[in-house]
Design a protein around this ligand. Structure first.
Ligand SMILES: O=C(O)[C@H](O)[C@@H](O)[C@H](O)[C@H](O)COP(=O)(O)O
Length: 232
């Protein structure tokens, strides 16, 4: 599927424009099925978007929020994506949403991934909305170049669910949804800001190995059209 590029004047306009598109998609899912789901990314980019989305007037009691990926740390750790989402998205109107964590205080990372996969299976798939970020190394979710389980994570034959990942530069062990869990979302978004990320995107769009820039898996093979939201 080909990608579409949505360009905004600045970060504020981007946050508001993306919150409009996402809340419309969630509202449509609630209208159609009585429930909606969204998986979001961590990092620095989504903060303003989370705050804008938290104020949108939809029936948040029917929305399940989860994470595309997470670090193996408890929510009170400053590097926790759960902590970021709790502080910025699960506020205002969106405080009524249900949040499903990927991190569980389990004995091992594998146990945490298995627990997360089970609780995710209960919400049903595909997700209505998936918001991806992208690192300057071309990673998305926790699909890191050189990641221990990168091949498995981006293999379309790997079933839906959460797996563990370790990589140089990733810091902690990660928990990440697999490619197959994310690529068919009702609304599949790549949310990036700045000229640097635009250059990374241009490199990713050029021919080359997916293992070198794993965002290529989404750009090339996602069955849902990738909606790229960008501002300088
Ligand atoms: O950090 C995370 O939780 C995500 O794993 C990661 O994929 C993130 O979306 C990118 O690294 C972009 O991060 P920035 O928005 O900070 O550039």
């Amino acid at each position: 599927m080909s990608a579409s590029l949505h360009i905004f004047e600045n970060g504020t306009a981007l946050a508001e424009g993306l919150a409009d598109a996402v809340s419309a998609k969630l509202a449509a899912a609630i209208e159609a099925r009585g429930a909606a789901s969204i998986a979001v990314s961590g990092g620095t980019t989504p903060k303003a978007f989370f705050q804008a989305l938290s104020r949108r007037e939809i029936d948040w009691t029917k929305v399940t929020v989860t994470l595309v990926d997470e670090r193996l740390v408890p929510p009170e750790n400053e590097r926790s994506n759960h902590g970021l989402v709790a502080a910025n998205l699960l506020q205002n109107k969106a405080a009524a949403a249900r949040f499903l964590p990927l991190y569980h205080a389990a004995a091992t990372a594998e146990d945490a991934a298995a627990t997360a996969s089970r609780s995710m299976a209960a919400i049903g798939t595909p997700f209505d909305v998936v918001i991806l970020g992208m690192g300057t190394d071309g990673h998305t979710a926790s699909f890191f170049p050189g990641g221990t389980r990168l091949k498995e994570a981006i293999d379309p034959a790997t079933p839906r669910g959460v797996i563990t990942m370790e990589a140089d530069g990733a810091g902690e062990t990660r928990l990440t949804f697999t490619f197959s869990s994310l690529e068919d979302a009702g609304l599949l978004v790549l949310h990036i800001e700045g000229d640097g990320k635009k250059e990374v995107l241009a490199r990713a769009e050029a021919p080359g190995d997916e293992a070198e820039m794993p965002i290529r898996a989404m750009l090339r093979r996602a069955t849902s059209p990738l909606q790229i939201y960008w501002a300088p």
